[in-house]
Design a protein around this ligand. Structure first.
Ligand code: T5A
Length: 232
């Protein structure tokens, strides 16, 4: 059974929330600008690690509440204020941490996330200019793969489909997001792995696998979970 990490002194009136404090599984996240290839890499990694029965999730989403918030956040019409937007992303994440990520890590599972809290730091912090922070109850990923791609190239990859609320932002916004990601990676070089996302998907995936050598537990004997009904 996993042990909770040693907790620093906690302020009166606060308590660790369910599922958030324990983290003995392996938590991996993918980040980057629009169209950088995150979903492609999450799927390649999920298949490569099938013997470990990993859990793949996307943000915002991954829970009934998170999927509802995703519709509100990405769809047109509501145009929330920047601060309201930030708290809605974090509410979806709090639910995902409590219901999926925390319990999975406590059970020793591998969790692969298509975006996580670094997206809030980059988009709402860098893009919208808000003051952001890392909540104590959100587990830190062991590795975060930052797919480096000039924003204009990522947006060009998405042109075949209708743009959501974020893809419709101007290039200056997306450049600020990209710059924020670079700063986040520079501040935590032991967690972030920057990958050249202009390379073909299989090549990027091979670099991910190289980086994971030594981090992966021995393959589990647990039978793979069928895709239907999985959190992603
Ligand atoms: N957001 C999210 C916030 O503002 N704050 C937050 O806290 C969070 C969590 C999410 C939006 O919400 C914002 C950020 C986002 O704008 P989303 O629909 O989930 O919206 O958008 P993205 O996460 O950006 O996902 P995308 O599907 O747009 O991009 P991906 O996943 O990076 O790219 P992918 O894999 O779908 O690939 C895009 C295209 O490129 C091709 C693929 O085949 C596909 O056609 N491709 C490549 N082409 C060439 N070379 C490669 N290496 C390629 N890899 C993929």
């Amino acid at each position: 059974m996993c042990e909770p990490p040693s907790a620093p002194g906690r302020a009166v009136g606060t308590r660790p929330r369910e599922g958030a404090a324990r983290s003995c599984g392996l938590f991996l996240t993918f980040e980057g600008v629009e169209g950088a290839g995150k979903s492609t890499q999450v799927e390649l990694l999920r298949r490569a690690l099938a013997g470990h029965d990993p859990i793949a999730i996307r943000e915002p989403g991954g829970t009934p509440l998170g999927e509802r918030l995703r519709e509100l956040l990405l769809g047109p019409g509501l145009d929330p204020s920047p601060e309201a937007e930030m708290y809605l992303f974090m509410a979806a994440r709090a639910e995902l941490v409590a219901r999926v990520i925390g319990p999975a890590l406590a059970a020793g599972r591998i969790v692969i996330a298509d975006r996580y809290h670094d997206s809030t730091l980059a988009y709402q912090g860098g893009g919208r200019g808000l003051a952001t922070w890392w909540p104590e109850t959100f587990p830190r990923p062991r590795r975060t793969f930052l797919l480096d791609l000039p924003p204009e190239q990522g947006l060009a990859r998405q042109r075949q489909r209708a743009a959501d609320r974020f893809e419709s932002e101007d290039l200056g916004f997306h450049r600020s997001v990209a710059e924020a990601y670079r700063e986040l990676a520079a501040a935590e070089p032991q967690r972030f792995v920057r990958l050249d996302a202009t390379r073909p998907p299989e090549e990027v995936h091979a670099r991910v696998m190289e980086e994971l050598a030594g981090l992966l537990p021995a393959a589990s004997s647990r039978p793979p979970t069928p895709p239907a009904g999985s959190p992603r």
